[in-house]
Design a protein around this ligand. Structure first.
Ligand SMILES: [Zn+2]
Length: 135
């Protein structure tokens, strides 16, 4: 499990702030907002694969949005009442990194919108995607 000292050496200040202090990147600034390459999004802190490009969609919110995690046990959800709102926080199940929030206004079949900070994610292109980007 990564500790803060290790993460401090490895992550940008924004990545550290978002994942460890439950920060939120400004909308439309994250590098994966409009990313459409096929592959898997892993936790920037511990490398656990969390989401895939197959369930990513354009929510117009300004943050990468997914309607389903890669597997239900990859993320944990917690009731978050900060900022005077009732929201559901999403964290990495393995290292507890803050990822974002989940809302109930997503597309079918789940009706969920996992609104995730790009700063919490590390993208790994699939074999197909990598082949497309090479050369
Ligand atoms: Zn993690």
């Amino acid at each position: 499990m990564p500790n803060r000292e290790d993460l401090q050496k490895r992550l940008t200040p924004e990545q550290l702030h978002v994942t460890q202090d439950k920060g939120t990147e400004r909308p439309f600034t994250g590098k994966y907002v409009n990313y459409k390459t096929k592959g898997v999004y892993a936790c920037i802190c511990c490398g656990t694969e969390l989401f895939t490009s197959d369930t990513k969609y354009d929510s117009g919110s300004g943050w990468p949005s997914f309607w389903l995690p890669l597997a239900g046990d990859r993320v944990h959800t917690h009731r978050d009442t900060s900022l005077g709102m009732i929201r559901v926080e999403v964290t990495c199940a393995r290292c507890n990194a803050h990822l974002g929030h989940v809302f109930e206004d997503g597309p079918q079949p789940t009706g969920l919108r996992y609104c995730i900070n790009s700063a919490s994610l590390d993208f790994h292109p699939s074999a197909d995607g990598a082949a497309g980007e090479a050369s």
